[in-house]
Write a protein that binds this ligand. Structure first.
Ligand SMILES: *Cc1c(COP(=O)(O)O)cnc(C)c1O
Length: 434
């Protein structure tokens, strides 16, 4: 059934021209280095081979005292490190099965747990958020030519190495939302390609993102766009890397939001703090295709319980355990501290991100990493991300850095002088977002 489905629905291989050949690609280089000779096994003692006498060495901190570096790191919520209970979840695994054979109980349990939590029939663990999005896009799109409509600020549009073009041969239709926050139904209707005219690439997929830059997309808007997609027979995917934050902040019920989409990807390694992984949820047939493509890109792995165990603990401890609420409260506190200096934000602070507009106080973005470093913090540009391992002390320190940035701005001549210095990093294309 699965086999015939895939055979029937996969697009034929198109006639691709490799433009890189024309632009001077010299082909694979042959190494001239001598082949490394491996030491003979006979020189290694039996105890060493079995690990019997081997002491466990510290291979992470080079003997320095253990610490949580994320406590002072505002660059992203990806910097969180596994909690003791996440590590414990690995140690408590009784049977390590092979997930390529669907025999890893820890992984199977995580997948059914998330399917139940989100109200979808099937789910599939993937290595990263990018993999979750790209496999979803690939599995929804069948026969080129086709296009994907999405927000011009979205992750799939900007930060996935052009994957939709390479893996799915899709044309991207980036739409810039007039409200600066989220796409509306009217904008989707105005930009969708709904035509069989041979000049166009018809839109077969709409991708939304929630939260996007920490901003919540209202359930009402998602409902309208979802109903429209259904009416047009267009698939709809949600990049829900931080959907946990949306739900924790009161932006909607998890099951209700997920029910509006054909597929949703959710991330374990951002706000939830697991060491790695994301998950895709959707219908059973769709998930069979996701699994097939996951295998193709090398994302099907063996005793992956060592990752899916902590992922489950992360959902229970951080999301269901209510730890995201503090991150949102602290973000609000930073918004208020910034406002006291007369500072404004680039995006509303709905969840765990605070997007300072440095220009609003005459500050210079280039000061951020320097002043943050002096204060013992890691923070590199206008975006502040609060996560569950941020310490109260770090919050006090970043508030002191705010004062310093404002002071430096005043010395330079205030907001007017800043305008002349040109656009900030956010206005440029070379920023990277995680
Ligand atoms: C981080 C992120 C991704 C990609 O996740 P990775 O695990 O870094 O590949 C996708 N979508 C959104 C909205 C993200 O923030």
């Amino acid at each position: 059934m699965i086999k015939s489905l895939i055979r029937a629905r996969l697009p034929p291989i198109p006639n691709i021209r490799f433009s890189s050949l024309a632009s001077g690609y010299a082909g694979p280089q042959i190494s001239t280095r001598p082949t490394r000779v491996l030491p003979s096994r006979r020189n290694i003692s039996n105890d060493e081979m079995t690990g019997k006498k081997r002491k466990i060495k510290d291979i992470s901190s080079n003997g320095k005292p253990a610490q949580i570096p994320a406590a002072y790191d505002f660059r992203s919520d990806t910097v969180t490190t596994p909690t003791p209970s996440m590590i414990q979840s690995i140690l408590s695994i009784q049977t390590h099965g092979d997930d390529v054979f669907s025999e890893d109980t820890t992984t199977n349990n995580l997948e059914s747990f998330i399917a139940e939590l989100t109200g979808k029939p099937a789910s599939c663990f993937v290595m990263s958020g990018t993999m979750g999005n790209q496999l979803s896009v690939r599995s929804h799109l069948l026969q080129p030519p086709h296009s994907i409509l999405l927000d011009s600020k979205s992750h799939i549009c900007n930060y996935e190495a052009g994957g939709a073009a390479v893996l799915s041969q899709a044309q991207i239709i980036p739409v810039t939302s007039a409200n600066g926050k989220y796409l509306t139904l009217e904008e989707v209707q105005a930009n969708i390609v709904d035509s069989d005219d041979i000049h166009y690439a018809p839109t077969r997929l709409i991708c939304l993102e929630n939260s996007l830059n920490g901003v919540i997309m209202p359930v009402e808007e998602m409902k309208k766009i979802s109903a429209f997609a259904k009416e047009k027979g267009v698939k709809i995917h949600l990049d829900g890397a931080r959907l946990w934050n949306v739900v924790a902040a009161g932006g909607g019920d998890l099951k209700e939001i997920v029910s509006l989409f054909d597929s949703v990807s959710l991330c374990f390694s951002k706000g939830l703090g697991a060491p790695m992984g994301s998950i895709v949820v959707g219908e059973k047939d769709f998930m069979s295709r996701v699994r097939h493509f996951r295998k193709m890109v090398g994302g099907a792995t063996r005793q992956i319980g060592i990752a899916t165990g902590p992922a489950r603990t992360a959902v229970e401890e951080v999301f269901l355990g209510g730890r995201l609420a503090r991150t949102h409260e602290l973000a609000k506190r930073l918004e208020a501290s910034w406002a006291k200096h007369g500072g404004t934000l680039r995006f509303p602070c709905d969840t765990n991100m605070v997007w300072l507009d440095l220009g609003s106080v005459g500050g210079d973005e280039a000061d951020i990493p320097k002043e943050a470093k002096k204060a013992g913090l890691k923070w590199d540009w206008e975006r502040i991300v609060v996560h569950h391992q941020i310490s109260d002390e770090a919050i006090e320190k970043i508030e002191e850095v705010f004062a310093k940035l404002v002071e430096n701005g005043k010395t330079r001549g205030g907001a007017k002088a800043q305008k002349k210095r040109g656009p900030s990093r956010y206005a440029r294309r070379d920023l990277d977002e995680d």
